[in-house]
Design a protein around this ligand. Structure first.
Ligand code: 5GP
Length: 116
């Protein structure tokens, strides 16, 4: 059984977060330490520690993360200029929170690769 992270508490509204979207599959909220003018995290409501743990039964959730990213990018006014979606995995990927999350970053030019 995977260990819960702070993100499970955000999903259950047990701790404060700037939640932009939530449905039965995913939750989206602003990153507490934004690296870009727009920095939103989109997560499955189910605790999946890393992308190594994603199963075929999770495909609807993973797909919803993309459609919610698109919706939020539009709402944030960054869709046309563009943005980046990042999912880090394990130590070499720089993952700090072991609950799969997609970073939606944008609002300024990001360069060829965002290394942080
Ligand atoms: P990772 O490095 O795992 O891909 O990214 C984890 C992200 O979660 C970081 O950008 C970090 O700022 C964010 N984060 C960590 N704890 C919290 C929290 O309690 N609330 C919010 N909103 N973001 C968090």
């Amino acid at each position: 059984m995977a260990e819960e992270t702070i993100f499970s508490k955000i999903i259950r509204k047990e701790i404060d977060a700037d939640v932009l979207y939530q449905d039965e599959l995913v939750t989206a909220f602003r990153d507490i330490n934004p690296r870009t003018p727009t920095h939103v995290l989109i997560i499955p409501n189910k605790l999946i520690p890393t992308t190594n743990d994603v199963e075929s039964e999770d495909e609807a959730m993973m797909g919803r993360m993309f459609t919610v990213a698109k919706k939020i990018a539009k709402e944030e006014g960054i869709a046309e200029d563009g943005y980046r979606l990042i999912v880090n995995c394990n130590a070499h990927g720089g993952q700090e929170v072991y609950h799969v999350h997609m970073h939606l970053v944008g609002g300024s030019p990001l360069g060829p690769l965002l290394m942080v």
